[in-house]
Design a protein. Structure first.
Length: 479
């Protein structure tokens, strides 16, 4: 690689050009807060010009600047949310300016998040309206309630419908097992039996989304004006959930504010960050995690939350009948969308081979992955929308070669304890030779040679040597 050398002057010009054209605002101040550099974005946010701002004190344009705190403490402030008097909201990163080991001022970069937050609030509002407008099917909407899932539903109903009042609970299950959907089913059930009012909120927070524990605490518990630089009065999610259900997803990431949550559970009161007043709240808390929370949470907090611990089994441990119900649901949902969106009368069926592979495969990401694979298999058997006339009637048979090949080839798909792919399909496939030929041709199309194809087939339970693969290929390609 050829590296172009620049003079110091050229490097400075290049750096200046980059800073000038950033969409984020940039401010540089000296030890007294006098602006030494501002870029175009900063001038735009301040409703001023670069020329007018240079040499002035930053407070004239940014009265709540995070740089005040940096100049005072000589410590960085990262990912700070500041709301200015005009209502604009910014996320700010401010750090001390150190030159030759001497403190010479501070540098701040910031971006306007006002529109993003407003859109987010509108989206949350629309989602809430949608939640409240849904028919209260509660647990009736859950597909397949056999075996362990039936037990989970009964335990959840007891937790919500206890005569002594609804209990907090924990939902544990692998990724993709439906923890969020189950929590919402508990919420609808609570409304259905009168434990919650029809207007009761369902507030959800993913605890793992926060990289900064301070921001997490502010979002969950709220803040009072003046609690820290740029702090505004703000209700936390717990307050917003008052009278309803508060769903803590990925609750194993609660580590930094467990004590605060424990106090809420013990007292039924929440105190905002920087506040003195305790606010009464009445909320059902449901925590969900892919991990065993007993090994993660404080013993007292775990005891409070795990009054009912509900375990959702992975798809591989669920009965065949339940998997068949899920497959039927995904198929019918696909058909319904084709009808509703494009007026296409679609009828989908699965061959025995395809059905058996889909039902018996191992899905590391559980129901979500199962759904995605079913949808992709149907996609592969159909033309695209531009090739279909409106009001068409289509009958499609999904065969094994429609299943996404990277899925079929993956070792993960055949981790069933007792069956390989050959065992799964041999019971129902009338012409196993035809199926093997299809698989070999598909592998050949991907550029694999006889030895690699033989190894893959052996991994699936087909004992076919590489020279046999070579013979089959020669015969098939000569036809």
């Amino acid at each position: 690689m050829i590296r172009t050398k620049f003079s110091k002057e050229e490097e400075l010009i290049m750096l200046y050009t980059i800073l000038e054209n950033l969409r984020e605002g940039v401010n540089v101040v000296d030890e007294k807060g006098i602006l030494l550099f501002v870029n175009k974005a900063s001038a735009y946010y301040a409703r001023s010009t670069v020329e007018r701002m240079l040499g002035e004190h930053i407070s004239k344009f940014y009265p709540r600047a995070a740089l005040f705190e940096v100049l005072k403490t000589k410590q960085p402030l990262l990912d700070i949310r500041i709301e200015h008097d005009d209502g604009r909201k910014y996320i700010v990163n401010a750090v001390p300016l150190i030159i030759n080991d001497k403190f010479r001022g501070g540098v701040a970069t910031f971006r306007d998040v006002t529109e993003i937050e407003e859109l987010s609030q509108k989206l949350e509002s629309l989602e809430m309206e949608l939640c409240l407008s849904k028919v209260d099917d509660a647990f009736d909407a859950i597909i397949g309630k056999e075996g362990s899932l039936k037990e989970a539903v009964l335990k959840a109903q007891r937790a919500i419908g206890s005569p002594g009042g609804p209990r907090h609970s924990i939902i544990v299950g692998e990724s993709g097992t439906g923890k969020t959907m189950f929590a919402k089913a508990m919420y609808y059930f609570a409304k259905k039996i009168g434990v919650l009012s029809q207007e009761a909120p369902f507030i959800e927070v993913n605890c793992a989304q926060f990289t900064n524990p301070d921001i997490a605490a502010i979002e969950i518990f709220g803040s009072e004006k003046g609690a820290f630089t740029g702090a505004v009065e703000k209700k936390g999610l717990l307050e917003l959930a008052n009278g309803g259900m508060f769903f803590l997803d990925e609750a194993h990431a609660l580590e930094h504010y467990q004590t605060m949550l424990l106090k809420v559970l013990e007292t039924g009161k929440v105190r905002r960050i920087g506040g003195r007043k305790e606010i009464d709240i009445d909320v059902i808390i449901v925590a969900a995690s892919t991990k065993n929370l007993k090994n993660v949470l404080l013993p007292e907090l775990y005891q409070r939350l795990a009054q009912y611990e509900i375990k959702l089994s992975p798809l591989r441990e669920r009965p065949l009948l339940e998997k068949e119900q899920l497959l039927k649901y995904f198929k019918e949902n696909y058909e319904k969308k084709a009808q509703d969106r494009y007026k296409i009368k679609l009828k989908v069926n699965f061959s025995n081979a395809a059905k058996d592979v889909l039902l018996n495969a191992y899905y590391p990401r559980n129901i979500r992955q199962f759904r995605d694979i079913v949808n992709a298999s149907i996609d592969a058997a159909l033309p695209i929308i531009s090739e279909i006339e409106k009001n068409s009637e289509i009958h499609s048979l999904i065969d094994i070669d429609n299943i996404p090949f990277d899925f079929l080839e993956s070792e993960d798909t055949c981790k069933c304890e007792e069956k390989g792919l050959a065992d799964i399909i041999s019971d129902n496939v009338e012409n196993q030779e035809e199926l093997i030929n299809k698989i070999i041709l598909r592998l050949r199309e991907k550029g694999l040679g006889p030895r690699k194809i033989s190894n893959i087939l052996k991994g699936k339970g087909f004992c076919i040597e590489y020279y046999q693969v070579a013979y089959i290929l020669k015969k098939l390609l000569s036809q």
